[in-house]
Design a protein around this ligand. Sequence first.
Ligand SMILES: Nc1ncnc2c1ncn2[C@@H]1O[C@H](COP(=O)(O)OP(=O)(O)OP(=O)(O)O)[C@@H](O)[C@H]1O
Ligand SMILES: [Mg+2]
Length: 548
Amino acid sequence: MNTVGAAGLWEEATAKITGFMFTCLMFNQIFPDFLRHYLESLKNKFVLYFFPNVEITFHEYSGSKHKISEAYSLIETYLSSKSPTHSNRIVGELVKKRESVVLTMDASQEIVDVFNGVEVKWFLKVNLPSSTTISWGPSCDMDKKCYVLSFHCKDRKVVTRTYLDYVMGEGREIAVRNRQQRIYTNNPSDNWWDYKKNLWSHAVFKHPTTFKSLALDSKFKEEIIDDLATFSKGKEYYEKAGKAWKRGYLLYGPPGTGKSTMIAAMANYLSYDIYDLELTAVGDNTELRKLASVIPSKSIVVIEDIDCSLDLSGKRGKKKESGVRDGDPIVRKLKEEGQGGRESKVTLSGLLNFMDGLWSACAGERIIVVTTNHVEKLDPALIRRGRMDKHIELSYCGFEAFKILAKNFLDIDSHDLFGTIRELLEQSHMSPADVAESLMHKTLSRDVETCLQNLIQALKNAKEVETLEGEEKGCEKDDGNREDEEKGCEKEGGASEDEEKGCKKEDGASEDEEEGCESEDGTSEDEEGCEKDDESCEGEEGSKKEDC
Ligand SMILES: Nc1ncnc2c1ncn2[C@@H]1O[C@H](COP(=O)(O)OP(=O)(O)OP(=O)(O)O)[C@@H](O)[C@H]1O
Ligand SMILES: [Mg+2]
């Protein structure tokens, strides 16, 4: 009986399965494709009607098991800016640069975000081993973490086409802002193998200077800030114009006028890293190219005191016998002591390519800043627009710059002595560095009056020295005064050798040419009495060397 019953059940089941398969076959054959698709979409609509939410999952690890997915970390960074106000479980994290705690969502918590009127929900899912988990939230296949983005199906277009791009972009911006800034310097290539191919070594960059504390004329400051902002937001513009996304700044002026300080302010304003290129440590042009190729975007490449680094005033590709200027007393001393190290074979042409050649465009959003005390010594090719797009002259302290320093150091906006200081500043030349030094509190009593009196005294001294110097030369300080030039006077900040020789400092001085004076290079030949240096006369067209 039992055997008969079991056989009957088996037969019945077989008949049902066969019937179902037959129906499916008939369905596929009878209903044409378009009808089947229609029914399929009807089914989807039916499902969406009752379950209208769409979910997108971003796994922590996708592809490589060792590298966190970029999308995941950008979402994480983006969500760190959205405080999970309604959550009862929040994770606190110390962000180094901000030195404050940032609150983010904990596992299984939700953050609601609104974008252009569209509401979306973010959910952090952490998968525990499946045996111990009862999951009521959205599912996440991997045994790691994932973010699940949930939104209404009607907003699919907005979310997938605009919102996700926005999240990634914001994530990047926040990451840059939160990142600890670094300052890099190039390792001598002898050590490259030792540094495991680390061409650059770095330290944390923490400089307090901002454009606010920089003592500069406010209009001038605004202009520079504007220029930097336009550059940093100019990705599309540069692409459209077919130009590599980089910009060169030439900062020039007497010592202590704030060139290095401005670089710090620029880096802080843009949150870029600084790559301080020490040219004398670079062996040759190939090494220079290698160094250029690894500098990432969002960086400021700095070449300080470029006129002192190498002999870059000569003809492209040609150098004087020594790669390093003999006029540099430190280099000369090192050479004497046999510590001058290997000679750099970097040429002007190599440097021009570093700044402006194809290798310079390896990564976009790059700024190059060159500083010098003697702009007139540089080869015109080095500072032409396109290479050095913006030339910024930093000069002696004016009254407006003084007021900023007074605010920085003494926290005052006005004082009875300001009038006297204004007059003295107009009559003498003092760098902001010297003014700052006079204004600094030297005692714990922090007496404002004493500091201002210190400055007044320093300004009087400077004025006196300048007057004495003027009298000694028997000439007036007035710029461009031909009589003075003939008497052998030079404009302020000039080389003393030239003064002694009676050589005129600026371009195209025909008298000098006749006298055989060479351009003020600070080289020993100059000192020996206006010897004409043939090689230096081979300079590029328009180069000062041609004027000798
Ligand atoms: N414009 C400025 N605003 C605020 N501080 C300044 C300014 N210029 C100079 N200083 C102060 O003077 C000091 C020297 O300035 P900085 O090193 O920037 O001068 P520099 O132009 O780079 O000089 P050098 O040509 O000798 O390299 C800095 O510590 C800074 O505090
Ligand atoms: Mg400097």
